[in-house]
Design a protein around this ligand. Structure first.
Ligand code: 13P
Length: 249
């Protein structure tokens, strides 16, 4: 059985001190869990803001928790004031990177074409990209969920070999930060659709994101095609992040 994944997107939260305190508490909880003989079956990753990346890597060093970036630019060097390079993220110790989070698409106007370049750049830098897709409420209500997902996947993964190592996160925009979590069935249907789009030979895990909490994670995780979670708000507290992971085993 593949191990499940729980990833925490901290968005624009937590400085170095809070990150360090989080790491200490989470590692303590993980240690206690291991002492009870529980199997270490869940992969954990946190995505702090880029400014905190180096200190987050330090804070989690020696633990099983990986650290990733929330964004990279599509070029690795050059005259791109204010941007962040995939190669440097990797050099600082990041192993993963989010690509195409709905906040990047909606607030910062990132297009499918730009995201395809970022995917390529992440893989070139040996970062594991987590490609985020999801429909808005309006798109869902007008029956466009599958066509939106198809376009996002087709364009964003254009030119990416399906055998490369990457993850997909299905995050319906209407469920992000709203408390309105997708029903287990809605999540499972969308994941099944994404899985069939990716094809039988592609092993990319598909994570669900959008208002995941310790209380609702279990019901979603029990559905087919759910390989883990990308958690926003509930990942900011080490205990609730830990509880989500613990329930998945
Ligand atoms: P919430 O869990 O706060 O809804 O955020 C989800 C998300 O955007 C993770 O990337």
């Amino acid at each position: 059985m593949k191990s499940k994944i729980v990833a925490g997107n901290w968005k624009l939260n937590k400085g170095p001190q809070e990150t360090n305190a989080f790491a200490t508490q989470l590692c303590e909880l993980l240690k206690t869990e291991l002492q009870t003989g529980a199997p270490k079956a869940t992969q954990l990753v946190v995505f702090p803001q880029t400014l905190v990346l180096a200190s987050a890597v330090q804070s989690f060093s020696g633990s099983s928790v990986a650290v990733g970036g929330q964004n990279i630019y599509s070029e690795s060097t050059g005259a791109f004031t204010g941007e962040n390079s995939a190669a440097v993220l990797r050099e600082l110790g990041a192993t993963h990177v989010l690509i195409g989070h709905s906040e990047r698409r909606q607030i910062f106007g990132e297009t499918d074409m730009l995201l395809a370049k970022k995917m390529w750049m992440a893989l070139k830098a040996e970062l594991l990209p987590v490609f985020c897709v999801g429909e808005t409420l309006e798109q869902r209500q007008s029956g466009q969920t599958e066509s939106v997902l198809t376009a996002q996947l087709q364009n964003g993964l254009a030119g990416i070999d399906r055998n490369e190592t990457f993850w997909v996160a299905y995050e319906p925009v209407w469920a992000i930060g709203t408390g309105q979590v997708a029903s287990p069935q809605q999540a499972s249907e969308a994941h099944a659709f994404i899985r069939s789009f990716l094809g039988k030979t592609c092993e990319a895990p598909i994570l669900y994101g959008g208002s995941v909490k310790p209380e609702n994670a279990m019901a979603i995780a029990q559905q087919p095609h759910i390989d883990g979670f990308l958690v926003g708000g509930a990942s900011l507290d080490p205990r609730s992040f830990f509880e989500i992971a613990k329930n998945l085993k």
